[in-house]
Design a protein. Structure first.
Length: 404
């Protein structure tokens, strides 16, 4: 058992420890983001704007747009679809069902109320600092603006997220799907890595602006800033730190082998798409999106950590979940595929012993967690038990595989 809980879902799982139940409140869904970011790495400050096209997918008119930002990011202005200023309120609050986490809750009244099925556009201009969320117990959210390494992603609310401050309501609403364009300006000695299509890179004195657009609809945007070097061929790109060039070549080769193996097992992905692996510091949490993978530096330096790559690449074949909230069986499948892929590509036979270690761990958990005895995996999402989707799901797919 090498991994029981991946960072991909840790934010969604964090609220499982809270007993408080909060009501569902319909929220506008993002359809498109157009963001402009300027980073002052020396002073560790971001100055940004996010123009968001939003849709009311609820069954009734909504009279408010609600957004969440990192607790140290302050909104200066909010503009409507015609560019005119809108009134708004912002307050740093604790997440209702995860009191260790604080966010800046921004509320924008809508007058008239937005009818069901209709869209509007709201632009938020904001800035400030980003220092991670490790105090919450989510140790992987070390996102920050720093000259050593900068990371902007959804997990730290580094850009406005249409939501209310409740992890439970966010999980029940499911993941959004949107397109985006992003203009990110950084010192010219740095590069910006993203899983989208690089449209342009322009220089203006000591600063460089990278323009990315989404290659396909996504549920998150990730932007890493560092003195990256790249390896690219066809639709594949690896963004790596200069000291890890040897490991990057190995990762690139492993990525090619893994994609070829999964294509043989599951069939080709629907439509050609770019795919990027972006190196992040150890402990910051490997994650996958539809066109990119944030891969911890350990996998670049230790071949035994390549299983993380197998796990995240396998998510590319997952269909969209139709369950709200999702039981996240895809994490169980990805965890199982870590072992199966390792054995297939290396010729080892470690899958059975790994499954037995996992089974023994779960047997101990059953003694202290009665919910494991009475809740079916299909209900893990409804019962806020998706942390077990990695382990119980892993054993389920292992059992099916050995049965077949």
């Amino acid at each position: 058992m090498r991994k029981l809980l991946g960072a991909t879902a840790a934010l969604w799982l964090a609220g499982t420890v809270a007993a408080a139940q909060v009501p569902d409140r319909p929220v506008l869904r993002p359809v498109r983001y157009d963001i402009v970011v300027r980073l002052d790495l020396a002073d560790e400050v971001i100055d940004a704007s996010a123009r968001i096209r939003l849709r009311n997918e609820s069954a009734r008119p909504l009279s408010e747009a609600s957004f969440l930002l990192y607790r140290l990011l302050n909104v200066q202005r909010v503009l409507g679809p015609n560019g005119k200023p809108l009134s708004f309120d912002q307050k740093v609050v604790a997440v209702e069902d995860f009191s260790k986490q604080q966010v800046n809750h921004v509320r924008v009244p809508l007058a008239p109320a937005l009818p069901a099925g209709k869209e509007t556009t709201i632009e938020l201009r904001y800035g400030g600092h980003l220092l991670g969320y490790s105090e919450t117990g989510m140790l992987y959210v070390q996102d920050r603006i720093d000259s050593a390494y900068t990371l902007l992603r959804e997990d730290a609310y580094a850009y406005p997220i249409p939501a209310y401050p409740s992890l439970g309501s966010r999980r029940r609403a499911g993941l959004p799907t949107f397109e985006y364009t992003a203009r990110v300006t950084v010192p010219s000695t740095y590069s910006v890595a993203n899983g989208g299509e690089l449209v342009a890179r322009t220089l203006d004195g000591a600063m460089a602006t990278f323009v990315y657009r989404s290659a396909m609809p996504s549920w998150r945007m990730d932007f890493a800033v560092a003195p990256f070097q790249t390896i690219a061929a066809g639709n594949l790109t690896v963004f790596h730190l200069p000291e890890d060039s040897l490991g990057a070549r190995r990762i690139f080769s492993a990525m090619q082998r893994t994609l070829a193996l999964y294509t043989r097992w599951f069939g080709p992905l629907a439509g050609a798409r770019p795919f990027a692996v972006i190196e992040i510091p150890d402990g910051w949490g490997s994650q996958a999106d539809v066109t990119s993978l944030l891969q911890a530096a350990a996998a670049f330096r230790d071949p035994k950590r390549e299983y993380e790559l197998y796990h995240e690449i396998s998510h590319l074949w997952n269909p969209p979940s139709t369950d709200k909230p999702s039981p996240r069986w895809n994490e169980g499948l990805a965890s199982f595929l870590e072992d199966l892929t390792t054995d297939t590509l290396t010729g080892r036979a470690s899958m059975d012993s790994s499954a037995m270690r996992l089974a023994r761990w779960l047997a101990e958990r059953v003694r202290t967690d009665s919910s494991l005895r009475i809740v079916a995996p299909v209900d893990f999402g409804k019962r806020d038990m998706t942390g077990y989707s990695y382990s119980v799901g892993n054993l389920m797919f292992f059992g099916l595989y050995r049965l077949v």
